[in-house]
Design a protein around this ligand. Sequence first.
Ligand code: IPD
Ligand code: CA
Ligand code: CA
Length: 264
Amino acid sequence: MARTAILNVMVQAATKAGRSLIRDFGEVENLQVSRKGPGDFVSAADRKAEEIIREELIKARPTFGLVMEESGEIEGTDGQHRWHVDPLDGTTNFLHGIPIFATSIALERQGQIVAGVIYNPVMDELYTAERGRGAYLNDRRLRVAGRSELTEMVFGTGLPFVGRGDHGLALKEMRYFMPEVAGIRRCGAAAIDLAWTAAGRLDGYWEHKLNSWDIAAGLLMVREAGGYVTDMDGKDKMLENGDVVVGNEFAHRQIMRLLKLAKG
Ligand code: IPD
Ligand code: CA
Ligand code: CA
């Protein structure tokens, strides 16, 4: 698969940041046992990864804007392009020494996401997608899962935690989903949930109130792998409201049905 120049820029930035995260992840495992814990160290690792990505992207495309989790929005001069960057998606996992985290970079052109890269450095899995050109895991073309029986499906989701989200609604959702599905996973990294749905590992995934940097690359990946991608009203406003429902045709329909029941 020949990558375009722009995708190469994104891959270079994501893998360079990933190498930095892996080095720091080794240290986090040592800090777990210290009294102070690895909190400050992880924030520094996160900022360092973002700095690496920002430098790479600005060097390659100096006129593009940036929306980054740590440093906020930097307006570009060309007015047509914006990067959406999460240097470390899965921070809580990283902090706890759980090896499920990723770097996510997406490119928006005139309001549309046209390219996405998600890199999981622990598994050395590089997910890439370009609009109209398919989604790939390393060199393998991706396709969403083919399952059509709800009782065989495994879904990913995000659960709210202290100080975040609607806990009552999440419990209701579990009540409706649990008796009907083969399993529910809470991976702790939205970008990985989306990449794994594109790869057919998860049959579908839903989550509320995410940010553009969590989902922009992954949504393109699922779509390019043949999946359905909407918000919770069945519309295309995921980047505006942060709500996502993805999966193959059957999974998507079932998730929408169960979410409606849970919402009451
Ligand atoms: C978080 C992860 C998590 C999701 C949270 C996000 P972060 O991103 O994607 O899976 O449930 O809502 O904020 O903070 O690890 O970059
Ligand atoms: Ca994130
Ligand atoms: Ca993050």
